[in-house]
Write a protein that binds this ligand. Structure first.
Ligand SMILES: N[C@@H](CCC(=O)N[C@@H](CS)C(=O)NCC(=O)O)C(=O)O
Length: 327
């Protein structure tokens, strides 16, 4: 794990020395948008027109942010329009690396590179910052369109509709205020909250983060007692964004990130909701527990120095959920 400084790779863990042991995630730097016309989107520059076969999505199956993009790609039926490949689950001295065989992860399909940091340097020889997935690459301009999952899923939701994407709007105009406020609540407290608990290097930073995680889960448990999804009976991107954290929770975050006050299995509504979404066609295929467990337990030597993968609970997301009864 590390970062690029002016195009040079440095093997370095997150620095929490100036934040009282608090993990702070840096903002993604590539913020261009693919659009139907090629016009610029809400940020970045234009020139990224939606076209079949032009864009490639680099993910790690382990990563909850990249997982958002895989699910949206599936829901919108973009498999033939946007190609995808996964890096190797272990993220060590060279950061994310490509696989060298067809086993756990594929080689880099575009340039045959060894590590993802080489791709960032290909886009910008002076790039400084973290080297993260997901990453949406433009084959035509040979550059990064965007490396922020919250924006990539929005593009997938609508920019390819005229090219034969599946119907379905997961960010409908009339629900945007509710979706935005749920995202604003769930991102810091849950999606990033589990990382803030797990990567904390002081007791006080951990205590603060873990308490936010469980206050928010308790609140969502209440909410999901009334409604099938977060916004009533309509599944939206807010559900997708919450779900990629929930599916990792009992398998990883409870032990590895010390979020052990309760498990999702202890929350009847969250547990049913987790299964409900897992059972939507296409979702189960995006869940690679082998990548997830290998990645977390073996890539963070500062929190699990020997890289031992614990035995883990038996999880069966195919069990009945009966969420349909809720409006
Ligand atoms: N805000 C970004 C976060 C992406 C992110 O942090 N990805 C992690 C993987 S779970 C990563 O690649 N981390 C590598 C690093 O920080 O060095 C997004 O949502 O796309």
């Amino acid at each position: 794990m590390g970062l690029l400084v002016d195009g040079k790779w440095h093997d370095q863990w997150y620095d929490t020395s100036s934040t009282g042991g608090r993990f702070e995630r840096s903002a993604s730097q590539y913020r261009n948008w693919i659009s139907a016309s090629g016009a610029a989107g809400p940020s970045g520059s234009g020139g990224f027109q939606a076209e079949a076969g032009r864009y490639h999505l680099y993910v790690s199956y382990a990563c909850p942010w990249a997982h958002r993009c895989l699910i949206m790609r599936s829901w919108k039926g973009l498999e033939e329009i946007i190609s995808v490949s996964s890096v190797h689950p272990l993220m060590l001295a060279q950061g994310w690396e490509f696989g060298q065989s067809a086993g756990l992860a594929c080689p880099d399909p575009l340039y045959g590179l060894k590590a993802l940091h080489e791709l960032y340097v290909r886009a910008d020889p002076h790039y400084s910052g973290r080297v993260t997935v997901p990453l949406l690459w433009d084959r035509q301009q040979q550059t990064i369109v965007n490396n922020e999952s919250a924006e990539i899923i929005r593009m997938f939701n609508s920019a390819f509709d005229h090219l034969g994407a599946k119907p379905g709007d997961y960010y409908p105009a009339d629900l945007r205020p509710q979706i935005d406020s749920l995202n604003d609540y769930i991102y810091p407290k849950i999606n990033n909250g589990v990382y803030m608990a797990g990567f904390a290097t002081s007791q006080s930073a951990y205590d603060a983060a873990v308490s936010e995680v469980f206050t928010a889960l308790d609140e969502l448990e209440r909410r999901l007692g009334q409604n099938r999804y977060l916004v009533g009976n309509t599944i939206t991107e807010a559900d997708l964004r919450l779900w990629t954290t929930l599916v990792r929770f009992d398998a990883v975050y409870v032990t590895h990130f010390k979020c052990d006050k309760k498990r999702i299995a202890d929350y009847p509504n969250l547990n049913g909701y987790l299964r409900d979404i897992y059972q939507i066609p296409g979702v189960a295929d995006t869940v690679r527990m082998d990548h997830i467990r290998n990645h977390y337990f073996r890539s963070h030597p500062s929190i699990n120095p020997h890289g031992i993968i614990p035995v883990g609970p038996e999880l069966d997301f195919n069990q009945p959920h009966q969420r349909e009864r809720l409006g």
